[in-house]
Design a protein around this ligand. Structure first.
Ligand code: GTR
Length: 420
């Protein structure tokens, strides 16, 4: 009965979203006049003029994002118990070591198990790694038969062969093109990925399942939504990576697509151990400016996905002008660490121009901190990356992660991390 209820809820939000995608504003001339808050001006109106000032201002901005957008993740005081559950030293035709590691997150007498899929190049370590969630289960990332299928809740999806909210063999290898594991291994990088539903299943369950269940917490206006929960999960993986000698934990690049791109940005802002952040088509609540009201809006996202953000974020439904922050400030609080924002030409729902303008308006903070910032003020042509401490491209094609995107991320990672 409960399952039936959630399926109906899920279908309703899907139908709602589809209708909104056709109705949304895609006309630049209909964008209202809007004022972007200046990341270099304190809430009390005074100006940030030094790196020391920025530390305080950053804190102020971070707190506003916590309270008004993503919610506050509780402190982690629990234990992480890793167990290797499989190992293949000749994976990817001998190119890689592949491991599956179970992390048991134990908080008092409550626990949650998540399964990491780890690919490392078959060379001397420690190596830099990309860390990101997958949408379809670890077994969707490559077509290797040894990878286990998640047992946690999965969204029913005919194409991926998921039914009864359970993953199956049919999903194996479905996302190979989005991960490009051979490419990144041959460039000397490893990959650590996990199924996002292991940390928090992606439906509105009233705050009980996944990692929320590890804490006895009555949700209030500022309690963490799923994006913050997923970001928190990435920090727990980082806790483990710091103990794993084959991974260079000082060179971890956190990456995500779409809702998981929003997650990667919030993880990068929340945890300064991540050396670099990549947002692929993250859109509303990710890299796109909310105040432009183009494509997906705050009201639409909060209605379709009431569990992603904190309850306070609802105050800004159809009232974006009242938002005390905008998403350029999310990029800014990642500074001085490099961040890459990628859009796609046919993904207007995610507002490519709003993502580009977030980069432009985050740049002064990078410059204050002595970095190159973002060397553009006009939208570049398609497939022509702009590279500074902030990187950006708009690719031809739709909402997806392609080989082209990975190639830019690898170049960006090489230039910022390789010889550091
Ligand atoms: C859409 C949602 C976007 C984006 C996307 C995804 O339905 O409106 O904000 O995050 O899902 O995650 O694929």
């Amino acid at each position: 009965m409960k399952k039936f209820f959630f399926t109906i809820l899920f279908l309703q939000s899907f139908v709602f979203l589809y209708s909104q995608q056709n109705k949304a504003n895609y006309d630049e001339s209909k964008i209202p006049a809007y004022n972007l808050p200046d990341p270099l001006i304190f809430n009390n109106g005074s100006r940030v003029t030094s790196k020391e000032d920025w530390i305080k201002r950053r804190n102020e901005l971070y707190k506003t994002f916590e309270n008004e957008v993503y919610g506050i993740a509780p402190q982690w005081k629990g234990k992480i118990i890793p167990t290797e559950i499989s190992s293949d030293l000749q994976a990817m035709n001998g190119k890689a070591i592949r491991k599956e590691i179970n992390l048991k997150l134990k908080n008092g007498n409550k626990e949650l198990n998540v399964t990491l899929l780890v690919y490392l190049p078959n060379s001397a370590g420690p190596v830099p790694v990309f860390l990101g969630y997958n949408f379809g289960g670890n077994h969707s990332v490559t077509d290797e038969p040894g990878i286990s299928i998640p047992t946690s809740w999965m969204r029913n999806d005919e194409e991926d062969g998921v039914s009864q909210n359970k993953g199956s063999e049919k999903g194996r290898g479905k996302s190979v093109s989005q991960w490009q594991v051979s490419e990144l291994l041959s460039r000397g990088y490893g990959l650590v990925t996990l199924y996002y539903g292991d940390i928090d299943p992606d439906f509105d369950d009233g705050f009980t399942n996944g990692v929320h269940g590890l804490y006895d917490q009555k949700p209030d206006q500022t309690s963490w939504g799923s994006v913050a929960a997923w970001a928190w999960g990435l920090s727990r993986v980082m806790d483990w990576m710091e103990t794993y000698p084959s991974i260079d934990s000082k060179k971890v690049i956190v990456i995500g697509h779409s809702r998981l791109g929003k997650t990667a940005l919030w993880a990068g802002a929340s945890d300064t151990r991540f050396a670099m952040v990549i947002s692929n088509n993250s859109g509303c609540g990710g890299a796109a400016l909310s105040k432009r009201i183009y494509g997906e809006t705050v009201g639409i996202i909060n209605t379709a996905f009431p569990h992603w953000f904190c309850n306070n974020f609802n105050k800004y439904n159809e009232k974006e002008a009242a938002l005390p922050v905008d998403q350029h400030e999310l990029l800014a609080i990642i500074a001085p660490r490099p961040v890459y924002v990628a859009s796609a030409e046919d993904d207007q729902w995610a507002d490519p121009k709003g993502e580009f303008l977030a980069c432009v308006n985050a740049s002064p903070v990078y410059v204050l901190l002595g970095c190159k910032g973002f060397p553009a003020d006009k939208m570049p042509p398609v497939n022509s990356p702009v590279i500074g401490a902030i990187g950006y491209h708009i690719r031809t094609g739709g909402h997806d992660v392609k080989l082209y995107d990975w190639q830019q991320y690898l170049e960006f990672a090489d230039s910022h991390l390789k010889n550091r």
